[in-house]
Design a binder for this molecule. Structure first.
Ligand SMILES: Cc1cc2nc3c(=O)[nH]c(=O)nc-3n(C[C@H](O)[C@H](O)[C@H](O)COP(=O)(O)OP(=O)(O)OC[C@H]3O[C@@H](n4cnc5c(N)ncnc54)[C@H](O)[C@@H]3O)c2cc1C
Length: 394
C-alpha cells in the first residue's frame, strides 16, 4: 500500500492516520469538520479501569489493549509535539443516593473485583473524607455511599486531538477540509471520492466518519448501524479545583480539570443528527453539580455543547476490510468508548491494512459480520443501558 485516504478527522481517523504514516504510508485525511466540530472534541475523556481478565469480551479486550497503548502514545505525542494531553490517573468515585443505588454499587464492585480492578466501597463519611467538597451533598442526603475505582483515568480530548494533528503533520499527513458525498467504485476497487468541491483519487480508502459512517458505507452496499446518540456537557469555570476524583452518579459525572474547569455531563439521547444543547438539560446538569458540591460561589458557565456518539448494533465497534472491495476499510461505531479504544483500533486496522498479524482477533469487529436483525432489542450499549441506569438518573 503506497497511499491512503482517510475520511474523518475525529480521534479514530487521526489515530489511524498517525499509525499508518508511522509505517511509511502516504496519508491524506478528508474531514468535513475538525477540532471542536467533532464528537471526539465534545467528549469528557474518562477512561474507566481496563484490566485484562478471564472471559473478557472482545470490546473489553480492545479497551484493555488501547488503555496500555494510551500510556505509550501520550508519552510519544508529548515528546513529538510538546503537547501534554493531560492523561491523569485521578481515580473515579461512583455515588449512590438511595438504598437501591447502594445495592447496585455493591453488585458493580463485585463485578469490578472479578475483573481484577482495585475497588473500595465507602460509606458517606469515607466519601466526604476522600472528597471534602462533597460534604454539602452528603449532608443534604444526596450521597449515601460510594465506590472508588482507583485506576480510573481522565485526559483532555481537545489537547489529544491537537497533539494527534501535529504528530500527523510531522509524519507528512495532509489534512484537508472536504465534505465527501459519494464514492465511485469500479469492479472491486474504490476509485474516487466525490466531494462538495471536486473529486479525489487514492489507492486505499478508510471510512472513519463517526456517526456519519453508516450513510457513507451504504454506497458500498454495507449496512452499518452507526446511529447518532447525543450527549450534552456543561463546562464551568471555578475559582479553584474542588475535587480530584472523577465523580459519577448514574449517567451524570463531574470531571475536574487541574486548571479549575469542571465538566458536568451528560445525557444519552436517541434524537437523530441534532448536536444541540437544550436549556432544560443544561439547567438539570447545573442542578446535579450544585446538589453534589453546593452553591459553587464564583463559578461561571463557560460554555455548553453536545456531541453525537456513533452508536453500534452489537456493542462492538466495526473495524476491518469492507466486504467485496479490495481497497476499502472501515473503523467506526465506538459509541461511549471511542477515545479509550482509539489507539488499539488504529493499530488493529493498520495491522490488517499492512499485512501484519493482528494483536487481537479481528472477527468480532469485522464489517459485514452478522448483526442483530433490524427491530431486535438494541444491545447493552444503548437501550438496555438506559433501562438499567434510568433509576439512577437525576
Ligand atoms: C458527551 C460525550 C462524552 C463522551 N465521553 C467519552 C469518554 O469519556 N470516553 C470515551 O472513550 N469516549 C467518550 N465519548 C465517545 C467518543 O467521543 C466517540 O466514541 C468518539 O469521539 C468517536 O470518534 P470518531 O472519530 O469515530 O467520530 P467523530 O469525532 O465524530 O469524527 C468524525 C469525523 O468524520 C467527519 N465526517 C463525517 N462525515 C463526513 C463526510 N461526509 N465527509 C468528510 N468528513 C466527514 C467529521 O467531520 C469528523 O471529522 C463521548 C461522547 C460524547 C458525545
Amino acid at each position: 500500500m503506497n497511499d491512503c485516504c482517510i475520511v474523518g478527522g475525529g480521534i479514530i481517523g487521526l489515530s489511524i492516520a498517525r499509525e499508518l504514516a508511522g509505517r511509511g504510508v502516504k496519508v491524506r485525511v478528508l474531514a468535513r469538520g475538525r477540532g471542536a466540530e467533532t464528537t471526539s472534541w465534545a467528549a469528557a475523556g474518562i477512561f474507566p479501569p481496563a484490566p485484562l481478565h478471564a472471559g473478557i469480551s472482545p470490546a473489553d479486550a480492545l479497551t484493555a489493549w488501547s488503555d496500555k497503548l494510551h500510556r505509550l502514545w501520550s508519552k510519544d505525542l508529548h515528546a513529538e509535539t510538546g503537547i501534554d494531553n493531560g492523561l491523569l490517573p485521578s481515580g473515579g468515585l461512583y455515588l449512590a443516593r438511595s438504598a437501591a443505588g447502594l445495592e447496585r454499587l455493591r453488585t458493580d464492585a463485585t463485578r469490578w473485583r472479578g475483573r481484577g480492578a482495585e475497588v473500595d466501597l465507602l460509606d458517606a463519611r469515607a466519601v466526604m473524607e476522600c472528597e471534602p467538597a462533597l460534604a454539602g451533598g452528603a449532608e443534604a442526603g444526596e450521597i449515601l455511599g460510594g465506590m472508588m475505582l482507583r485506576e480510573e483515568q481522565q485526559f483532555r480530548p481537545s489537547r489529544h486531538l491537537d497533539a494527534l494533528e501535529e504528530s500527523c503533520r510531522k509524519r507528512g499527513v495532509v489534512i484537508e477540509e472536504a465534505d465527501v458525498r459519494q464514492f465511485v467504485v469500479r469492479g472491486t476497487r474504490v476509485e474516487r471520492a466525490v466531494t462538495a468541491t471536486g473529486e479525489i483519487t487514492a489507492g486505499t480508502w478508510v471510512l472513519s466518519a463517526g456517526s456519519w459512517t453508516g450513510g457513507l458505507a451504504g454506497a458500498f452496499g454495507l449496512a452499518l448501524d452507526t446511529r447518532p446518540i447525543r450527549g450534552q456537557i456543561v463546562l464551568l469555570r471555578l475559582p479553584r479545583p474542588l475535587i480530584t476524583r472523577i465523580v459519577n452518579r448514574g449517567l451524570n459525572y463531574l470531571v475536574q480539570r487541574p486548571d479549575g474547569r469542571l465538566l458536568v455531563g451528560s445525557t444519552i439521547e436517541d434524537v437523530g443528527f441534532d448536536p444541540i444543547t437544550t436549556p432544560d438539560t443544561v439547567t438539570r446538569l447545573l442542578g446535579v453539580a450544585r446538589s453534589l458540591l453546593g452553591d459553587l460561589p464564583g463559578s461561571v458557565v463557560e460554555r455548553s455543547w453536545a456531541g453525537l456518539r456513533p452508536g453500534n448494533a452489537d456493542g462492538n465497534p466495526t473495524i476491518g476490510p469492507i466486504p467485496d472491495l479490495d481497497n476499502a476499510f472501515l473503523s467506526a461505531g465506538h459509541f461511549r468508548a471511542g477515545l479509550h479504544q482509539s489507539t488499539g483500533s488504529a493499530v488493529l486496522l493498520a495491522d490488517l491494512m499492512t499485512g501484519h498479524p493482528p494483536h487481537l482477533d479481528p472477527a468480532p469487529f469485522a464489517p459485514g459480520r452478522p448483526l442483530p436483525p433490524a427491530g431486535t432489542k438494541p444491545p447493552e450499549s444503548t437501550a438496555d443501558y438506559l433501562a438499567r441506569t434510568a433509576a439512577t438518573i437525576d
